[in-house]
Design a protein around this ligand. Structure first.
Ligand SMILES: C[S@@+](CC[C@H](N)C(=O)[O-])C[C@H]1O[C@@H](n2cnc3c(N)ncnc32)[C@H](O)[C@@H]1O
Length: 382
């Protein structure tokens, strides 16, 4: 019999509505925005699909149980009642994070210790194992939510925060979180622009997060594909066969997607950070597909038909940002022309239907295009 699980996908503040749309587009059921994330229900393959394909979720939590937790004893008893040997992979490190309170459980650090004690005691009694605690990078991350005198206990299905795609080995100043960069691109309408043969230029690309996320989207690459074959970790219930099947499907889609990539360019005035961006893009598998070059915003002339999206320092919530629109465009052009606010910008994405290099109205056809950008890109990677 196929088990149905309840999942909670966490997301950066302000991106829940984008995440809900993304999860629906992945074919997931009972998708609802809820507080700091989105709930959905489904079988294990559905949870794995979200882990592998979501670009916007921070974590995919899988619910293990819900029980009374008015006080520490109830919390301990509820956690102990779960079948930990069947949940915990031998040797896996653990960590516990608690949010919320009940009448007597008001200190989340204390509550987390109680939960950890219950797990450790259960495993010690069952198989004489005392799992190690790794607060920074646990194999099995447990999450407890206290509310209305009850606890909901979940674990991180992927066994890692999803923004850690694996390609950003180095970063420059104030790098954008990968999931937030993806949210910006979705909000900017990049997937549709890319599909229509448009181009992308990030004139202050830093470590290349936006162009790399743009390439992941345009090539139909599952972000989870970059983890390699390891897949979820720490959970004894992990089904390698289901995961492997999804990975094979994702690898096929990636191969097909690479053949139709649009032009993507990252520029930055800092030579060192451009080298970092190139190395990151190479790890992500896009060494031959994104052109990185040294240059200032002030020397970058946006073509007349450009559509822009920008973030200003401190603006972290994509729903507050301008969507692609003439208004956004005019603002960005003013910024670019004066160069005045360039330093204040956190990130700028610029998408256009015309080739950014030739500035012609003809649409760049991507890798086979004869425009200057593609020519240089081909030459530099020869
Ligand atoms: C906040 S960082 C961008 C981070 C990037 N989104 C990432 O995820 O790594 C801003 C970048 O803008 C660059 N920068 C600042 N002023 C610039 C200018 N006038 N022209 C070009 N690049 C500029 C800096 O060198 C820096 O790498």
């Amino acid at each position: 019999m196929t088990m149905t699980y309840r999942y909670f996908a966490t997301a950066a503040r302000g991106t829940g509505f984008l995440l809900a749309d993304e999860l629906r587009a992945l074919g997931l059921q009972q998708v609802r925005e809820s507080g700091a994330g989105v709930t959905f229900a489904g079988n294990l393959a559905d949870g794995y699909r979200a882990c592998l394909w979501s670009r916007l979720a921070s974590r995919i939590l899988c619910e293990l149980g819900e029980f009374p937790a008015a006080d520490a004893d109830q919390l301990y008893a509820g956690v102990s009642a779960l079948d930990w040997p069947a949940l915990h992979q031998p040797g896996a490190s653990i960590a516990v994070q608690v949010t919320g309170t009940t009448k007597t459980l008001t200190n989340s650090h204390f509550s987390a210790l109680k939960v950890k004690d219950a797990v450790v005691d259960s495993l010690r009694a069952a198989r004489d194992e005392r799992p190690s605690v790794d607060a920074k990078d646990p194999d099995l991350a447990l999450f407890v939510r206290l509310r209305d005198e009850r606890a909901t206990l979940s674990f991180d299905l992927a066994g890692r925060p999803l923004h850690r795609r694996g390609y950003r080995r180095e970063a420059g100043e104030a790098p954008l979180r990968e999931t937030l960069a993806a949210a910006l691109l979705v909000r900017a309408g990049w997937p549709a622009v890319a599909a229509a043969g448009g181009a992308l230029l990030d004139p202050m690309c830093g470590a290349g997060t936006l162009p790399i996320e743009a390439a992941l989207m345009a090539s139909d690459t599952a972000p989870g594909l970059l983890w390699g074959t390891a897949g979820p970790r720490g959970w004894a219930g992990h089904d390698r066969k289901i995961w492997h099947g999804l990975m094979v499907e994702a690898a096929d889609r990636h191969e097909a997607g690479l053949a139709q990539l649009p032009v993507m360019v990252g520029r930055d005035r800092d030579e060192k950070v451009i080298e970092i961006a190139k190395r990151n893009a190479a790890v992500a598998g896009f060494a031959d597909h994104i052109l990185f070059e040294v240059g200032t915003v002030e020397s970058t002339e946006p073509p007349a038909s450009s559509k822009c999206i920008g973030t200003r320092k401190g603006a972290r919530q994509p729903h507050r940002l301008p969507t692609i629109s003439q208004t956004g465009c005019a603002r960005m052009r003013r910024i670019w022309r004066s160069g005045r606010n360039a330093k204040e910008s956190n990130a700028t994405v610029y998408t256009t239907q015309t080739c950014p290099s030739t500035r012609s109205q003809s649409t760049c056809t991507g890798h086979s295009c004869t425009c200057r950008s593609m020519h240089r890109l081909r030459r530099s990677t020869r």
